[in-house]
Design a protein around this ligand. Sequence first.
Ligand code: SF4
Length: 472
Amino acid sequence: MSNEKTTSLKVGELDFPPRKVWMKTYGCQMNYHDSERILSNLQSLNFTMTTDQQEADLVIFNTCAVRDLANQKFYSHLGETKHLKAHINPETGLKNDVIVAAGGCIAQTEGKELVKKFKTLDFAFGTDVIDNIGEMVYRAYAGEKKFSVTSWDRSENYSIETKITQGTPQAYVNIIKGCDKFCSYCIVPFTRGREKSRRLQEVVTDIKRLVEYSGIQEVMLLGQNVNSFGKDNNESLAQLIMELDGVNGLERLRYTTSHPYDVTDELVAAHASSKKLADSLHLPVQSGSNTVLQRMLREYTIEHYLTLLGKMRKANPNIVISTDIIAGFPNETEEEHQATVKLLELAQYDNIFSYTYSARSGTKSARMKDVLTDDIRGKRLREIQNAQMIIQAKLRGQMVGKTFRVLVEEKGISKGVTKWTGRTSCLRIVHFEPETPEHDYKWHWVDVEIISSTALSTQGKIVKDHGKRLTH
Ligand code: SF4
């Protein structure tokens, strides 16, 4: 979405001159995927994207309700937009006619309140209406003020075509929306609604099109609980993976996020037989204590979870596993916390995403009486993270001397030295110096031998540059 437009477009009763949209996305990959759909939809109203908020005609915040920090950031960023509305355009000498909108998870649950509370906010829209963004922007330009659209899509089928705007060989492809799990701490079932899957053949056709016409080589299948994909249609994630295995030109396939309860033997087997499925798996555990998992309503035990890890590692000995952990769930005892620290040792995670618990209003756990303080939560989080760093440094150290295939994403300068950065199939970040200063590796497949590592990254030397396409 970068080509400058120069001519005006007539849409309905209105003229849409070339305009700029600036967008801020908070939270998970699902939100980033939604943002891409929003930007793509706005092209038909003559918008191009800008990274400079000051030159934007339309400002959109795509919000996240899962963590308190993202919430607070959004409220503060929204408050700052009053300066934009007061900004004088140097070319016209007039006050900028900026339209400000908020979408995503916070807007889904608080849309009406947000437009009332924040003077600068022109409209709010929920998670299930993002494909109607054009209609809402049209209404705003037609003069409609202060509205909120948070309806749910009631149709039985979930059918979309993936929209991409980034021009990279990587694409997020949404395969299921919503979540039926209702973990006691999670707001997602309230902000994203019930589970609804796309049909398997629709996803396959969509990805074939992306590979053939948009140069996509790496796909991340997305959903709040991808393991539930196809349940209502007698289809499954494992079947989808095996179908995609036959797509020529597709090099790597990932999926996220998984719920351990729904991982089937069929899916484990797909990790053994698929040639495209990457050597990485994100399998959120949340806690190492069975009693905490019960209070979280997670539906599995640690024993079940560890058995699954064992099966996955047997199916693909190269697989690396990451997870999510919540430190200080309400009334977590020291013993329950220590069970999580112990789990790190047992599970040998390659990476963890860990946070202190924060109550989300409307969830079951927010109504629990809780004796823990922020200090205890912070201390437990640090303990978890410190323990993980030691494990991670050891695991990364084992990469040294081995060669990995890397898809190169970007160039940077570190301490005056130019380095390129990419990710392995197991999602580890690798930095390497170019063979010559002018060598351009952007989106090349390269083989890199790892020469040193830390807990967070690895340094390598280039062994072979395959260019932008692999030959098999
Ligand atoms: S599985 Fe649980 S944590 Fe994940 S989105 Fe659904 S309710 Fe939230």
